[in-house]
Design a protein around this ligand. Structure first.
Ligand code: GDP
Ligand code: IMO
Ligand code: MG
Length: 429
């Protein structure tokens, strides 16, 4: 395993954190390649729930080096909070094992204010962003006026860049009659954070290439999901980065020939948080049942924002699309346990839009908004599967469901998880 890429097959929250944690046990390097603290990745280990927003989810395995790649947008204040909180639990998070790309971009207070302003201006077309400043930070990057993490090593220049960014933001905020930022006040904590983060800065692409040449096993951790990808997702209801497998190469800076495994992480049903079309969404008791009440940490409430996630039947159209876009070598299906007790389970195998059948999501959002799922119904299973560890012990109906997913996506399902804990995993032949 030189490089393995793990990505979400739907709209995020597929359970990437738990899968990365599992694979990290056998990895040398775990690297995030895109997004920022819009991500919320949960790992349940040794009876504790960890939520990672910027740190790679493999960080609990102390043999791993953890990389925040050049494709990321990083809020230095929030990163430090995460580092400090994890360090307080006894995990080593020193610059020896955490490397921040000098080429990653910084999320400044200006970006956060602009994210809020843009959402407000969108009115009923709001995307429902995480309000972490993600879009404005990538916008500045593409406009070639962003602040790269490397600038943190020069406090004076960093402070000046923050100041300029706030001035630019205030210009926009004043046009929208929104509260202006105090350039000095909002920069202070950022400058303090930058001071502390200096030792972590590194040319991570050079580092990763060197490790790959030496034969190290590199795990690339996707954030968000295929349908939130800025090119291939359901634009404009997407994030602002490349969240598909291809993004790992640009977001970390190494070549495709190192990749020998691309794992698609899919949930056994669909969920989405924020606005945008979701053809299989269920606004009924089954939707509520899939979501859970919020009593359990694994129920469908946002890891980052606490928002209630929209839930529905598994969207096989999107899964098939994701399998192609990412070139999945295999699928990892999570949360199979949640389907136990349903009389029947359904999968969308195509859409119908204005009487026409679609096997792939259409480009235009107005078409996708009108898509009606063509659902295939399969028998459900009563048994609680959370204690199952061997394929042969899975109920026959669950095996049929898994096989149908594999057939639909033309991709083998190699693993299913049946609970959030590390050992609640069933390997499939
Ligand atoms: P991510 O963003 O893709 O890492 O996913 P999140 O962490 O935001 O959300 C997935 C949730 O499902 C987390 O609370 C996980 O602990 C939980 N989870 C993952 N796999 C399973 C599983 O097989 N069964 C159950 N019940 N929960 C799971
Ligand atoms: P993980 O890594 C689920 C969604 C937001 C919104 C849209 C744009 O935990 O799977 P942004 O703040 O990125 O500009 O928001 O994308 N979104 C996510 N949804 N999981 C995530 O991350 C997400 N990151 C962004 O809800 O609809
Ligand atoms: Mg999440």
């Amino acid at each position: 395993m030189p490089a393995t890429i793990l990505v979400g097959a739907h709209w995020g929250d597929e359970g990437k954190g738990r899968v990365v944690d599992e694979f990290a046990a056998k990895a040398d390097v775990v690297a995030r390649f895109g997004g920022g603290d819009n991500a919320g990745h949960t790992v349940y280990a040794d009876g504790k729930v960890f939520k990672f927003h910027l740190l790679p989810s493999g960080v609990l395995h102390e043999q791993t080096a953890c990389v925040l790649g050049n494709g990321m947008v990083i809020n230095p204040v929030n990163l430090l909070k995460e580092i400090d909180s994890l360090a307080s639990t006894g995990v080593d998070i020193s610059p020896k094992r955490l490397l921040i790309s000098t080429r990653a971009h910084i999320i400044s207070p200006a970006h956060i204010a602009l994210d809020k302003a843009a959402e407000k201006a969108r009115g009923d077309k709001a995307i429902g962003t995480t309000l972490r400043g993600i879009g404005p930070a990538y916008l500045d990057k593409a406009a070639r006026q962003g602040i790269r993490a490397g600038l943190m090593s020069d406090t004076e220049e960093f402070a000046e860049a923050l100041h300029d960014a706030v001035e630019r933001a205030n210009h926009v905020l004043s046009q929208q009659n929104m509260e202006l930022l105090d350039a000095h006040e909002s920069a202070v904590t950022y400058i303090e954070a930058a001071e502390r983060l200096k030792p972590y800065l590194c040319e991570t692409s050079v580092y990763i290439n060197q490790r790959l040449r030496e034969g190290a096993r590199v795990l690339c951790e996707g954030a968000q999901g295929t349908m939130l990808d800025v090119d291939h997702g359901d634009y404009p209801y997407v994030t602002s980065s490349s969240s598909i497998a291809g993004g790992a190469l640009t977001g970390l800076g190494f070549g495709p020939l190192y990749v020998d495994r691309v794992i698609g992480i899919a949930k056994a049903f669909s969920s989405r948080v924020g606005a945008g079309p979701m053809p299989t969404e269920l606004n009924d008791e089954i939707g509520d049942r899939l979501r859970g009440t919020g009593e359990n940490f694994w129920d469908e409430f946002g890891t980052t924002t606490g928002r209630r996630r929209r839930c529905g039947w598994l969207d096989g159209v999107i899964l098939h699309y994701a399998a192609q876009l990412n070139g999945f070598s295999e699928l990892y299906l999570t949360k199979l346990d949640v389907l136990s007790g349903l009389k029947e389970v359904k999968i969308a195998v195509a859409y119908e839009i204005d009487g026409k059948r679609y096997d792939f999501p259409p480009t235009m959002i107005s078409d996708l908004e009108r898509a009606k799922p063509i659902l295939e119904t399969l028998p459900g299973w009563e048994e609680d599967v959370s204690g199952i560890r061997h394929e042969a012990d899975l109920p026959a109906a669950a095996r049929t469901y898994i096989q149908r997913i594999a057939d639909l996506c033309e991709t083998p399902v190699r693993t299913v998880s049946v609970g959030p804990a590390r050992n609640q995993v069933v390997a499939l032949a």
